[in-house]
Design a protein. Sequence first.
Length: 465
Amino acid sequence: MSQAGKELAQRLGPWQLWGIAVGLVISGEYFGWSYGWASAGTLGFLITALGVAVMYTAFIFSFTELTTLIPHAGGPFAYARRAFGPVGGFLAGLATLCEFVFAPPAIALAIGAYLNVQFPGLSAKWVAVGCYAVFMTLNILGVSIAAAFELFVTVLAIIELLVFMGVVAPGFQWQHFVQAGWAGQDHFNVGALSGVFAAIPFAIWFFLAIEGAAMAAEEAKDPKRTIPVAYIAGILTLVVLALGVMVFAGGVGDWRLLANINDPLPQAMKRIVGANSGWLHMLVWLGLFGLIASFHGIIMGYSRQIFALARAGYLPPFLAAVHPRFKTPHRAILAGGVIGIAAIFSDNLIVIAGQPLTANIVTLSVFGAIVMYIVAMLSLFKLRRSEPALARPFRAPGYPLVPAVALALSVVSLVAMVYYNQLLAAIFAGMLAVGFVYFRLTSHHRAAAEHDALLEGQLAPIDLP
């Protein structure tokens, strides 16, 4: 980077990047996904989850090529900017911002719900605000501290998920899982198929934000080597955990009682060990680590996206400031927090069609993710054609089939989400429209931004024949 005073410190190793990649997502194993049971039932949602797992696996193997080719804090924004110019960068950047800004308030509310199990008098919303205050501060204090903490809580969260599966396994019965497993129906039919598609946002929540590790690429010691390891190990870890948690939770009793709550794992375990068991209290307390890992990691992600967009002139330039002592994008961290806290208190705006606030925030976040996935895969195809000589330390395996699978499944997911969430789709489209108006009115910011070789050319070295 040639932008003096706007560089991020390069301090992250492979395990720290793995911790970020898994930690960004792991809260999705603790809550959010069970809303998919309300739409599709256990069997229908299992089909949805398997399809989404294929999409994410294909996507990550393809996305890694872009991340190692262009190790930039803007992540998808940088890839689309180089492939399609300023408008492409705007679309990918704003979609990514929607994904990463709306995910934390949903997670913060879930943290409040988990604590409410132990302390019924606590307000989930004010717990969520307290989480923002604590973890924005931790992120400002330095990327090494933040990444070390992320790795620590991620490992604890994985251990806790394994403990959950082990404790409830003796009470698992397959007949519980398959009981009326098609959205409350006894047999598969057209209504069940409809539920399979309607449940897509909640299956995506199992894996949402793993791509956020790309935004730490500028802070990696050796991104061309460490990012592929982190991504591939990360997606394999998450697929195993997601399927295991979903199946075991659904097989310990009437799964319909878990379909519209923010704490399905404690409630599932309660059926096996009772309300006063030490195992249950351990799950609640250690389960918080999974939520905290994602909450903390996504704050890292949204702050880097805001920072990169501001540095390139797509957001107000003052947001591109780096703290002189800690070398972190402190203003970007605070700006995303203000938006997230506003979302937490937006019940009257975001509670739509009788859905819980958390479910609708999750869906808005997933809209941003899916649009970004589509633009990212299109960027991969475009850069392969327009700049074939660029050095690609990691090439997408099975090209062009694997990226095409990721692209096709992403398009199907977007179409289904729009069909089943029309009002939320309109809100998301409105946010893109407002953002585009700002984009058109602020070309002078982009003209004044300093040259960035990763966005505008001059990548080296090239591949040798």
